[in-house]
Write a protein that binds this ligand. Structure first.
Ligand code: HEC
Ligand code: HEC
Ligand code: HEC
Ligand code: HEC
Ligand code: HEC
Length: 222
């Protein structure tokens, strides 16, 4: 006797056919969603590369560093001693601007801050999430130059974020620091180029200094 298989093979009831277009739409939507994640994941918006907020005073590194040749430490004087590289107080600007261009409209914000004692409201360009620990000293004292992470600040009229500051970016250098290591005396000199092969120099400096950047999680997440 022929068995009735209808109880073994599940057959979608006829009424479900009306759902088919919806199913196709869901698949298409899913693909779009995946594409969007990939696209956003690599777009400058989510990595913040190129972020260049307009500052309250049109201060230019290209002028002060590139043309006038002022050393980074004149203004960011904590970069060798502390985790954070302090942005200078108004007094530092007034060391010169009490005399230089003291009528300039571009310096109204500086004079107002100096008169009132209220700091200039500089907008942060680089900002890691709070759960990440970063320390300038650990890098600057070991021979990683500002230029490796901030690019050619000395040619920027407006500072922009040069590197993605993602975990992958940090780890990429922690695994292969020889591509970036330079003698510590050239850390602040952005246009410095090695006279020999960078990899050979980096390996030698790394060995001599016992430089071995950690990659375990609690280095950066504590
Ligand atoms: C005359 C003072 C002065 C000098 C010299 C100077 N800076 Fe700055 N720097 C500032 C001020 C003011 C700001 C905040 C306004 C801005 O972002 O443009 C700043 C901002 C920055 C930022 C962005 C900080 C943030 O918000 O994330 C970086 C990076 C930076 N400087 C690097 C350097 C490097 C590298 C040098 C040396 C090659 C240097 N600076 C020299 C005054 C200075
Ligand atoms: C290994 C990469 C690296 C190097 C080298 C480096 N910086 Fe930074 N810098 C960063 C990161 C990352 C931040 C954001 C820190 C945060 O959000 O906590 C930052 C932030 C800053 C800031 C904003 C204030 C702060 O500390 O958050 C200034 C100013 C600055 N850097 C200046 C410098 C100068 C000057 C040098 C060279 C002497 C330098 N940096 C070298 C990665 C680097
Ligand atoms: C070591 C001296 C020195 C220091 C310190 C200094 N400046 Fe200047 N600044 C100058 C000189 C020189 C000029 C160019 C004047 C010219 O073009 O004749 C200038 C030009 C400027 C201008 C353009 C003015 C204009 O009318 O075009 C601004 C804005 C400015 N500085 C802001 C700042 C700020 C903000 C600080 C502090 C973070 C600062 N400066 C620190 C020397 C200095
Ligand atoms: C261009 C290379 C480079 C980049 C980019 C870089 N680092 Fe480093 N980092 C180093 C080197 C070199 C050392 C020093 C290792 C040593 O002293 O043996 C170091 C040391 C450190 C230390 C101190 C470790 C310790 O306990 O001694 C911390 C924390 C750190 N890095 C965090 C970060 C974070 C967070 C980022 C990304 C936002 C980052 N680093 C990006 C090269 C880099
Ligand atoms: C050299 C520094 C460094 C080390 C080592 C490191 N991280 Fe991170 N991590 C970062 C930075 C920087 C970010 C922030 C990335 C961003 O803002 O996009 C981050 C972000 C994260 C996030 C959040 C990701 C997200 O999408 O929000 C997680 C989770 C994480 N790390 C886990 C780990 C684990 C687990 C390890 C050990 C295997 C580790 N990290 C080692 C620097 C580091």
């Amino acid at each position: 006797m022929a068995r009735d298989r209808s109880d073994k093979i599940f057959v979608f009831p006829r009424w479900t056919w009306v759902l088919r277009p919806g199913f196709a739409a869901a698949v298409a939507g899913g693909l779009l969603y995946a594409a969007l994640i990939v696209w956003l994941g690599f777009s400058p918006k989510t990595t913040d590369v190129g972020y260049a907020p307009e500052q309250p005073v049109p201060y230019s590194h290209a002028l002060h560093v590139g043309q006038l040749g002022i050393d980074c430490r004149y203004c960011h004087n904590t970069v060798e001693q502390a985790a954070h590289a302090a942005v200078p107080p108004t007094q530092t600007c007034m060391n010169c601007h009490a005399m230089v261009r003291k009528e300039s409209e571009k310096l109204i914000g500086v004079r107002a801050s100096y008169a009132s004692g209220m700091p200039i409201g500089w907008i942060r360009v680089h900002d890691l999430p709070d759960y990440v620990y970063f320390d300038h000293t650990a890098h600057v004292r070991r021979g990683i130059g500002c230029v490796s992470c901030h690019g050619r600040i000395d040619s920027m009229d407006v500072v922009y974020q040069f590197a993605p500051l993602s975990m992958g970016w940090c780890l990429d250098c922690h695994r292969n620091p020889e591509r970036h290591l330079r003698p510590v005396e050239f850390v602040f000199q952005l246009d410095w180029v090695p006279e020999e092969d960078q990899l050979a120099l980096g390996r030698r400096l790394g060995e001599a200094g016992g430089i071995n950047p950690p990659v375990d999680c609690n280095t950066c997440h504590r």
